[in-house]
Structures are given as C-alpha cells and as structure tokens.
Design a protein around this ligand. Structure first.
Ligand SMILES: C[S@@+](CC[C@H](N)C(=O)[O-])C[C@H]1O[C@@H](n2cnc3c(N)ncnc32)[C@H](O)[C@@H]1O
Length: 310
C-alpha cells in the first residue's frame, strides 16, 4: 500500500493539497519583499517543504537547485529583464550643483534662436526690434552714448540682428574706424550687407558667425557690444572665449541685458532669460574679463554693464 509521496499522494506536487500549500508558500514568498525573488522564493519554499515531507527528495532537488541559482543571479542584478543603464543618464551622472551653479553650466535653450532660423523674415523682426515699446530701441541713443565710442575705434556689434546699432556705430567711429556687424543668422547678415550698400557704410563689415564662435580676427576690436544677446548664447563660455581673443587687451565689453528678478521681472523675462546679472557677470569674469562698472540709464527692464578684457 502506498503511504504517500506518489503522484496521487498528498505530498505529490500534483495533489490538490499540495496546490493549497503552494499558494501559502507564495504568500510567504511575497513577504520576503525582494521583487525579483518573490516568484522564485515561493517556488523554492514549496519545493523545500515538499522534499522534506516526501519520498521524492531526489526528484525535487534538481529543480530546487536551478531555482535557487536563478534567484541568486537575479539578486546580484544579472537578470536579462533589467534594462541596460544609459550612458550619461540622470541615474549615473553626479548630482547637479544646486541653484545658480546649475544655471551657470547651461547656455540658452536653442529654441530661443531657432525661431530666427525657421522664420528669417527680416522685415518681421525689424518690426519687433525697432519699435517704440521696446526700451532698447527707445533709448538707443542713451545706450550708444554710454559706450563712449571714438573716431578710429574698431567695434563689434555681436548679434547685430537688424543692424540699427551697427549703423549708429558706423558714423561714430568714422572712416578710420571699423564696425563688425556680426550675427549667426544668414538672412540677418544679408540684411546687414544691404544696409552697408544702402547707406554706403564703407567702414562696416558684415560677418556670419556660428553659435559658438564670433569668427572675428584676433585682437581686432577695441569694443565688443552685446545688446539683448548674451542670454541668447547657447554656449556662452565658448562664444565669450572667441570674443576675448577678438578683443585687444584692455578692450571694452558692453553687455546690455534683461533685469531678471523673481517676483519683479515679467513672466516673459523669467521664462525667456535663463539667469540674472550676477550669474552672467561671473560667467564673463571666468573667461578673462574684469568688471568695470554698471551705468544707470533710463532703462527699467535692462541693465548696462562694462567689462575690460584682461
Ligand atoms: C533679440 S536679438 C537682438 C538683436 C540686436 N542686438 C538688438 O538689440 O536689436 C538677439 C540676436 O542674437 C543673435 N545671436 C544668437 N546667438 C548668437 C551667438 N552665439 N552669437 C552671435 N549672435 C547670436 C540672434 O541671431 C539675434 O540676432
């Protein structure tokens, strides 16, 4: 007579009581709380129990061995179902430094400039840049006066856009001076060349730069001027290094940009401009410029600051 352990006995893995015991083992396995191990630990607990209670110890041991091996592998993290970690993903990069330092490492969102490339309708941009409600345009003469250009100087209008500052500079530096009207958008540069022809500006040279280089000759500038441009730089450290090289030692760098203060600046400025004057000032100092002064102009939304190239 069979006393147990056969296919039909209560210790057989196929007996209905065994299924009940298996369900209980599953619950015990879930308690372990290690996700990868839950299913396998349940089966392992079940098989250990069954083998201890039955004559089929030998039959139960091989599947038990493989289950324990497989579970062990999963615990060590070599499961095939684990997705591979991406290179440089947030999970394996060092944490970003907090606050302004995180902003510092970044340049402008490329979307800021992409719209000029995608919609290079210069007449449309002229209406935006050259209209009275823009204080840069309204107070352009105050801004130009504060630069203190002199005859014979060489000045770079970096990110010249529709070029109204370049035209004003051209007259101030005179025949012996030079104006480099530089931009990264080909249609703006074509327009700058048209201004040169139209107004017979012999001292003006339009230059097409890149997103990371001003493409100007080494030590060719006495003054570099960026109005409403610094916050557009996508790779500020690279661009400013090329500008540093284009300036003569002791040359001036003028930055006019938006005042950005939480709770004070408009939502447009807070969304459009990545950082305020303090951050920009440190970035500029880091590439070899020395802060000289801030000049108070009748501007409310913008500041005017001057640096010296070391
Ligand atoms: C808001 S507009 C200002 C134009 C002009 N300075 C003015 O105040 O009317 C910004 C200009 O910066 C230019 N720009 C963007 N990234 C630049 C870069 N890396 N180097 C030079 N100019 C850049 C754009 O093409 C655009 O003409």
């Amino acid at each position: 007579m069979r006393t147990g352990g056969g296919v039909g006995s209560s210790h057989s893995p196929f007996h209905p009581w065994s299924r009940v015991r298996f369900a209980l083992c599953c619950l015990a396995g879930l308690d372990i709380g290690v996700p990868h191990l839950q299913a396998h630990s349940s089966a392992a607990i079940f098989l250990i129990g069954e083998s201890l209670m039955s004559k089929y110890v030998v039959r139960c041991l091989p599947p038990l061995f493989f289950l324990l091996l497989f579970s062990g592998c999963e615990l060590l993290g070599v499961s095939k179902s684990d997705p591979p970690k991406e290179q440089g993903s947030a999970s394996n990069l060092p944490p970003s430094p907090p606050g302004e330092e995180a902003v510092k490492s970044a340049g402008a969102n490329p979307k800021l400039n992409q719209r000029y490339f995608e919609d290079p309708d210069v007449e449309k941009w002229k209406k935006r840049f050259e209209e009275e409600s823009r204080e840069i345009w309204k107070y352009r003469q105050n801004i130009v006066d504060a630069i203190r250009l002199q005859k014979g100087m060489s000045v770079g209008d970096i990110g010249a856009g529709t070029g109204f500052f370049s035209v004003m500079f051209s007259e101030l530096v005179g025949d012996d001076g030079r104006v480099y009207a530089m931009d990264i958008v080909p249609e703006f540069v074509t327009h700058l060349n048209q201004l040169k022809e139209r107004y017979d500006l012999k001292n003006l040279q339009a230059v097409l730069g890149t997103r990371s280089s001003v493409e100007l000759p080494h030590r060719s500038l006495d003054v570099a001027f960026l109005c409403d441009v610094y916050h557009h730089l996508e790779t500020p450290a690279e661009t400013m290094s090329t500008l540093h090289s284009a300036l003569k030692p002791g040359g001036s760098l003028i930055i006019v940009d938006f005042v950005r203060e939480e709770g004070k600046s408009s939502s447009f400025v807070l969304g459009h401009v990545r950082a305020g004057q303090e951050v920009f000032r440190r970035e500029i100092e880091d590439v070899g410029f020395e802060f000289v002064e801030e000049i108070a102009l009748p501007l409310e939304e913008n500041y005017f600051i001057r640096f010296r190239r070391k």
